[in-house]
Design a protein. Sequence first.
Length: 159
Amino acid sequence: MEYDYAQAGGYFVTICTQDRACVLGEIVAGAVLLNELGHIVGESWRWLEQQHGYIKLDQWVVMPNHLHGIILIKDGEGGSRTAPTSARRKPLGRLIGSFKTVSTKRINETLRTPGIAFWQRNYYEHVIRSDNALNAIREYIEANPRHWHTDPDNPDVLR
């Protein structure tokens, strides 16, 4: 039986830039310093919650070449374009697709590079199954900038 990614629950996602290029900012002294593209990504991530009233964004961070975030899909609430039924909610993959489309369009307008892929195909997801797991993931996201020097997504880290 397949998992229903439109059902209420918590989802941890990681979305990486194309070729894991560090184009969203930098880490200085354990803090993220976003550039213009990084700010566009953050604004586009917040747009997702504004556009779809049945989701709540929890802890998230934009890193130099990826975004970590927790999306909470709520039960029984419709979004700006949906009726209040779970059948009308977009599943996680379509939500991430919407985010990627909106952010890529804005980034390509800024860079004057129409049609260029910005994000890697697909994304990492993990279903959050307990409050303990939720809290551990929140802590991981919050600490991520401080651990950039050992992060496997950091191209400067020896693999």
